[in-house]
Design a protein around this ligand. Structure first.
Ligand code: ADP
Length: 160
């Protein structure tokens, strides 16, 4: 049984993330969505809130059986080893993502040869989607209902 880890900031979890999670579940028996605690970017939701929201998304999407959510800090490869995950899942939208992910994957391979990275390409409707964009639209009072799961849209409305 292969456990896959899908690490990220998920601030907030959006339709692009959900699509990658669903597709990873079609390939692996178990998926752990790993929410990183302190990225070097300004956050909208706290670590606890991002974890809780990701859990709500999985329940809402009906995929909380084989997929779960865990918070983590420190090196992703160390966390992957800790939870018995041999595979890291990443989503690729464009060449900017590709260049970043290539360097990240090579670094992770240098750190931990036993862990493989598998990249899935973003589906057409989610190509332009990023958490940064969603944070910006939501902050400026725009409607992001079509871009995020319903529970995330509710959480964003409550921020206002
Ligand atoms: P962000 O959404 O701000 O890029 P995350 O750290 O939350 O950042 O992303 C976690 C993973 O999800 C990364 O591998 C990222 O490339 C991927 N991802 C982000 N947005 C999308 C999208 N629209 N479609 C597919 N994958 C995506």
């Amino acid at each position: 049984m292969t456990v896959a880890l899908y690490p990220g900031t998920f601030d907030p979890f959006h339709n692009g993330h959900l699509d990658i999670a669903r597709r990873a579940l079609a390939l692996f028996n178990q998926l752990i969505i790993a929410v990183y605690d302190q990225p070097e970017k300004q956050l909208l939701f706290s670590h606890e809130e991002r974890i809780a929201l990701a859990r709500e998304v999985l329940t809402e999407a009906g995929i909380d059986g084989r997929a779960s959510v865990m918070g983590y800090s420190g090196l992703t490869v160390n966390f992957a080893r800790q939870v018995g995950a041999r595979v890291l899942i990443r989503g690729l939208r464009n060449s900017v993502d590709f260049n970043f992910e290539l360097q990240q994957a090579q670094t992770n391979h240098w750190l931990a040869e036993d862990i493989e990275v598998i990249c899935l390409f973003a589906n057409a409707p989610n190509h332009f989607l990023s958490a940064t964009l969603i944070r910006q639209i939501a902050k400026l009072g725009g409607d992001v209902t079509a871009l995020v799961p319903a529970c995330v849209a509710r959480a964003l409305r409550q921020l206002k």
